[in-house]
Design a protein around this ligand. Structure first.
Ligand SMILES: Cc1ncc(COP(=O)(O)O)c(C=O)c1O
Length: 388
């Protein structure tokens, strides 16, 4: 008989961290909304003392996500940015990090305007290019931090190849896996050391929670991350952890459906005369379609290309008309929710990236990023058609 905790992805998503309550039998385990815990004597707690350090509901959520990401440990945070910052807080003054040049704007901002003032040094590099990465490695380089696919240009970096390079130089590889979710890509299985998530996106999945995660199988790294989690204190609330546990039960259904919708929409957009360019890893026209096919794989072993599509229209005026006319899609930042969203990365998600750098990367004022949800695909197509 398959144990619930050793089943396949969908089984683990529902059962790991979700054992029925032993005393009452409640199928949905209780939330521990408590800041502190009664102790039986001096130095005699029952495994829990204070909720910044440890909380039973948070433990259950972390157990669930660790299992889904094929890791030993998950350490949760109050936002994706808190998770990324915690990872860099394990380093010391003088340490160096290589970062994908096309990362989420908030990642760029925390590096450029906060962490650089604290003595860490960074290089932003096109991590699609192995030679370029190797050329930037120095004796002080401790982490290579990649986002794949990137936000919003959906550039794909080769996790297995970069992991080999990291091992050769004794560097840790961290992957922001927000866009694919644990269902759509398993960086630890390709040799990465740490996976980062904005849990705000597919993991939460309903645009109602902000959260972040780091997952690893490295014991020493997990120890220092738990230490940062309790010392710095950017923790998620027990209630958020409970909601997130509820969300991961349907992660596989949501991520697969939104990716299927996105593939359908991307193929249609490629035929539309008002659209100058469609960027989607599931299209043969995507320069790294073959790499995406082998790296972005769901637990059944099928390629999956995510729910994000970027398109370039012919003018800023066309972009304005589009965002005014759109009805089912909501004009808002974020992604990975059940509802479809559209944003203009130039002014929104990447507003804090310097203009020259945005232009160099190809993030122009005519670029739109669609986050495709799980609505009916014909309705979504019709909405895009009338807005275009
Ligand atoms: C790829 C990626 N990484 C990290 C983040 C930051 O996560 P959060 O907004 O939960 O802090 C985001 C947010 O949009 C993102 O898209």
């Amino acid at each position: 008989m398959t144990k619930k905790s050793q089943g396949k992805f969908e089984t683990r998503a529902i059962h790991v961290g979700n054992k029925s309550n032993a005393r009452t039998g409640s199928v949905s385990p209780a939330i521990h909304l408590t800041s502190t815990f009664e102790q039986d004597g001096i130095g005699k707690d029952r495994g829990f003392d204070y909720s910044r350090a440890v909380n039973p509901t948070r433990n259950r959520f972390e157990e669930n996500i660790a299992s889904l990401e094929n890791g030993k440990y998950a350490i949760s945070f109050s936002s994706g940015m808190a998770a990324t910052t915690a990872l860099f807080q394990t380093l010391s003054q003088g340490d160096h990090i290589v970062v994908s040049q096309n990362v989420y704007g908030g990642t760029y901002r925390v590096i450029d305007e906060v962490l650089s003032r604290h003595g860490l040094t960074f290089d932003f590099v096109d991590t699609r290019d192995m030679n370029l990465i190797e050329a930037h490695i120095r004796p002080e380089t401790k982490i290579i931090f990649i986002e794949t696919p990137t936000n919003p240009l959906l550039e794909v970096s080769d996790i297995a190849a970069i992991s080999e390079l990291c091992k050769k130089h004794n560097i840790l590889l961290a992957v922001d896996n927000t866009f694919m979710s644990p269902y759509g890509q398993s960086p630890l299985s390709f040799g990465a050391d740490i996976v980062m998530h904005s849990g705000t996106k597919h993991i939460g999945g309903h645009s109602d929670i902000v959260s972040g995660l780091l997952i690893t199988s490295n014991d020493a790294l997990a120890d220092s991350l738990y230490f940062i989690q309790k010392s710095v204190g950017a923790i998620p609330s027990p209630f958020d952890c409970w909601l997130l546990l509820r969300s991961t039960k349907t992660l596989s259904l949501r991520v697969q459906k939104s990716a299927d919708n996105a593939q359908f929409i991307a193929e249609w957009l490629e035929t539309h005369s008002a659209v100058d360019e469609v960027i989607y890893p599931g299209l043969k026209s995507h320069p790294q379609h073959e790499l995406a096919k082998k790296q972005q794989v769901n637990p059944e072993g099928n390629s999956i290309f995510g729910s994000l599509i970027s398109i370039r229209l012919k003018s800023e005026e066309a972009v304005n008309t589009f965002v005014k006319n759109i009805e089912i899609f909501t004009f808002a930042e974020s992604l990975g929710g059940v509802e479809s969203l559209v944003c203009v990365p130039y002014d929104m998600t990447h507003g804090s990236v310097p203009k020259a750098m945005k232009h160099e990367m190809g993030i122009t004022t005519t670029l739109l990023r669609l986050s495709v949800g799980i609505e009916n695909k014909a309705d979504l197509k019709q909405d895009l058609r009338q807005a275009l």
